[in-house]
Design a protein around this ligand. Sequence first.
Ligand code: UGA
Length: 446
Amino acid sequence: MPLKISVIGLGYLGATHAAAMAELGFEVIGIDVVPAKVELLSRGLSPMYEPGLEEILRQHVTGLPGSTGRLSFTTSFEEVAAFADVHFVCVNTPQRAGEYACDMSYFDSAVDSLAPHLDRPALVVGKSTVPVGSAARLARRVAELAPAGEAAELAWNPEFLQEGFAVRDTLHPDRIVVGVTSERAEAVLREVYATPIAEGSPFVVTDLPTAELVKTAANAFLATKISFINAMAEVCEVAEGDVVKLAEALGHDERIGPKFLRSGIGFGGGCLPKDLRAFFARAGELGASEALQFLREVDSLNMRRRASMVALTRDALGGSLLGRRVAVLGAAFKPETDDVRDSPALNIAGQLHLQGAEVSVYDPKAVVNARAVFPTLRYTESAIEAARGAHVVLHLTEWREFQELDPAALGEVVSRRHILDGRNTLDASLWRKADWTYRALGRPTA
Ligand code: UGA
């Protein structure tokens, strides 16, 4: 009998994992405590913007014309426990309000809702990013609560997908990491991933804490790489160097590599910033805070980028923001997503607004989410509309649409042709040719 799968928590990670598992041929049930999400997904619609996701949903969601019917959704844990042999837990593990530590309450409550219904052998697989040590605690909790006792096991299988590439990353992962405490759990996870599409990915088997740590360490490393190049940008600013050229030259060294060396206003999103903080908070609890002391610097360097962008804007406006019109291009924390969690772009727009500027924001996909977080900003339907009458234009999320903007056309509607590139991805010479003053962090002024 082929394994049946459940996916608990249907955000960016869970919705994509459920769809991908159906695509790989499994029968899948997805569950979320938010009925509106379940309702949308049951109609083959994605609750968030994620390229390619709706196409897969439409192919597999039960009841849709021409679908395989392999994927269904519910809000009932009882149904999920009766249906599936393997339960992937993909719920949110955000930063605790007012603290650095991770909020495990959604994860704990998912386990507490599922486990009492597990009356036959089952494998609960954690995928969310959690403080090291959580898996061992949760394994005890599952065995304690499940009527099946020790036959209800827990394993850890961290997920490394990037928003915007979630479908690609789930179907073609760089590596599959599983933390297990029994041969049976390993065999079940090998069966899940022994599919033609996931074939060829390295399969790393380890213990529970190492599996948890692989994920936190990977995100901490990526954050460190970004803050490293942003530190170099700060040095370039005083030394009159060009951080973009520096990154290009560094990236040719195979040991360093070109990826995650894009300098600018720093990293945001629902993962890197909070995972970094949760990691050093957890290290402190375990008595290893010295080992991760440098990650505090990675975090503060990153937050300083936002302040530097605000300062550069003030400077471009002659020292005061009061009553000046600022156009902000981008609200999402990065392109190809509508996610605005801890978005540097939206944070900068908000700071400028609070300091007295009249801010107009345009984003191709994230306006609805941005408005919910920051309702007092003005949102527009296009870049041109945001730029109308602006004294300065800020490029803060590097959507392709912004790389293709016509500087001459935009120049027709602004009050002053002044652009600040917070992502170092616009073609400076093109803008300067069209009589714009182009400035960026870590780059020479002309
Ligand atoms: C990140 C990791 O890259 C994934 O591997 C991980 O699975 C995920 O977190 C997670 O923990 O779930 P994601 O948050 O989707 O993925 O975003 P990234 O593509 O990593 O970008 C994070 C931030 O760094 C963005 O604000 C982006 O603009 C910024 N960034 C990225 C830079 O400033 N410079 C770069 O060179 C790269």
